[in-house]
Design a protein around this ligand. Structure first.
Ligand code: NAD
Length: 502
């Protein structure tokens, strides 16, 4: 299938041109090349960024290194850093509409959803500000009269932060405020498809009082500017969110200098549904889980594992509700499902649907691209009679495509849920306490939702088992992730060691 993108100008929009933030200055890339972003919902150019190079990445890393080794940020009190983060949160909230608009036009997500993400992001900055003041180590006064042990938490140093396009502002907000709370300095690279809101964050952080060099924001492609951020010896840690393939490469690159890595990667998340579940509640959650962010979501509930006794009825009801989902202009406040990120990605999604049909799956709803006279869109799609061995049941489609599988026993449901490479999240639906807890304990995933789906809060850690990632974000340990542990082993009184007389 070749996707034809239909352009539709955005009323009142002027193409925005951005520079990069290096060492407190807004600069062009070393080579002066730029990248144009075409809005996926409108098919017209909306932004122009600097196409950064390795030389730009090196300048940004050098600035972050100087700011860490010599600057004030790691040395100020946690209370001072916390105040800066709180000011940043306030400005994010003040500029939320502008940021949400940029995320919506560049990623194709619905504007109402983008506004919700901005509210969530401001809340995360406030949570990080609170945690900043509670970062502490341990002391051991129990090691005998001659010893006092103190365990320090020190900022790890320079952190490279690399983010994807699907939640541009939210994901940088799951990393950067915690790194800053710990006293780290950073180089941030947003996706080359959705850099605008992260660049605006640079302005916000300057206004909030973050000193020059502490947050450097560079734009460009992964191989050109992302790769040096993962190999450079002056970087101490890489925090990456993106595809499992690039995550694997990032880990291999970072291994050359044994950097710490934190990886948030793909998912193929099951929802397991038992006959005693509240099906009205579940059907709403199934549609939300599958089509939220057009399914371009690491947490998408893209695999339904339904008990055989309810499978036909539930599939029919999900198809009925899917027909009511409003797909359309990302800037229309009524839109629930927006555009697909690129024409190439839409082709990939449609390719999964065709391959599944050839392998014996049935299209219970949708199945094709949608011609809305603008941008590129995919119909909400349900595939039934999917077998666990099919690609569509194992691989991350990253589109609004729901695969329906069935089970008879709890053991079989757990086996199907666990029989893939990913382990990011899962849902279980049952009124039975034992059933929910059995699934909760035995499905190997970082988050298990019980009688709900895709809820979250900054207090709750998030991340994946197996090839869904390494480490966790959010939660009360999230600032500690950006620290090193140092032991001060202190001796008092006469030495009573190996060759000294006792
Ligand atoms: P991607 O892996 O293609 O790109 C992610 C980032 O990595 C981008 O900024 C990109 O420029 C950069 N990059 C690409 N090549 C690189 C290289 N060689 N070295 C360093 N950086 C490089 O992912 P994407 O398509 O932007 O995002 C979609 C993926 O992200 C999906 O797989 C999704 O599941 C995953 N994701 C995971 C989570 C999570 O929290 N687990 C959240 C959102 C998205």
């Amino acid at each position: 299938m070749t996707v034809l993108v239909k352009p539709k100008p955005i009323e009142g929009h002027k193409v925005r041109a951005f520079q990069m933030l290096i060492d407190g200055k807004w600069v062009d890339s070393a080579e002066g090349r730029t990248i144009e972003r075409v809005a996926p919902g409108h098919g017209v150019v909306v932004s122009r960024y600097q196409a950064g190079t390795k030389a730009d990445a090196e300048k940004a890393i050098a600035a972050a290194r100087r700011a860490f080794d010599e600057g004030s940020w790691p040395r100020m009190t946690a209370s001072q850093r916390s105040l800066v983060l709180l000011r940043a949160a306030d400005i994010i909230a003040e500029r939320a509409d502008e940021l949400a608009y940029l995320d919506a036009i560049e990623s194709g997500k619905p504007i109402s959803q983008a506004k919700g993400e901005l509210g969530g992001a401001a809340d995360i900055w406030r949570y990080a500000a609170a945690l900043a003041r509670d970062l502490h180590g341990e002391s051991y006064n129990t090691l005998g009269d001659g010893t006092l042990g103190v365990v320090l938490r020190e900022a790890i140093g320079v952190v490279s932060i690399i983010t994807p396009w699907n939640f541009p502002f939210l994901i940088v907000s799951q990393k950067l405020p915690f790194a800053l709370a710990a006293g780290c300095t950073t180089v941030v690279k947003p996706s080359e498809l959705t850099s605008a809101s992260t660049l605006l964050l640079g302005e916000i952080l300057e206004a909030a009082g973050v000193p020059a060099g502490v947050v450097n924001i560079i734009t460009g492609t992964g191989p050109e500017v992302g790769a040096p951020m993962t190999t450079h010896p002056d970087v101490d840690m890489v925090s990456f969110t993106g595809s499992t393939g690039v995550g694997r490469l990032t880990m291999a690159n970072a291994a050359q200098t044994l950097k710490k890595v934190s990886l948030e990667l793909g998912g193929k998340n099951p929802q397991i549904v038992f006959p005693d579940a509240n099906l009205d509640e579940f059907i709403d959650a199934a549609v939300f889980g599958a089509y939220f962010n057009a399914g371009e979501c690491c947490n998408a509930g893209s695999r339904l594992i339904l008990h055989r006794d309810i499978a036909d009825e539930v599939t029919r009801r999900i198809a009925e509700l899917s027909a009511k989902v409003k797909v359309g202009d990302p800037l229309d406040p009524e839109t629930q499902v927006g555009a697909i990120i690129t024409p190439q990605h839409l082709e990939k999604i449609a390719g999964y649907v065709s391959a599944a049909s050839r392998d014996g799956a049935a299209v219970a709803h949708g199945g094709t691209a949608l011609d809305l006279g603008m941008g590129q869109f995919m119909a909400p799609t349900i595939l039934s009679s999917v077998r666990p061995d099919m690609a569509v049941a194992r691989e991350e489609v990253f589109g609004p495509v729901l695969s329906v599988l069935t089970f008879e026993t709890t053991e079989e449901a757990i086996r199907i849920a666990n029989a893939i490479d990913y382990g990011l999240s899962a849902g279980v639906w049952s009124r039975g306490f034992d059933t929910c807890l059995t699934i909760g304990r035995r499905v190997r995933a970082g988050t298990i939702w019980m009688n709900t789906f895709m809820d979250g809060a900054p207090e709750l850690p998030f991340g994946g088992y197996r090839q869904s990632g390494l480490g966790r974000e959010l939660g009360r340990h999230s600032v500690e992730d950006y620290t090193e542990t140092k032991t001060l082993n202190m001796h008092m009184g006469p030495r009573t060691g190996w060759w000294m007389p006792r």
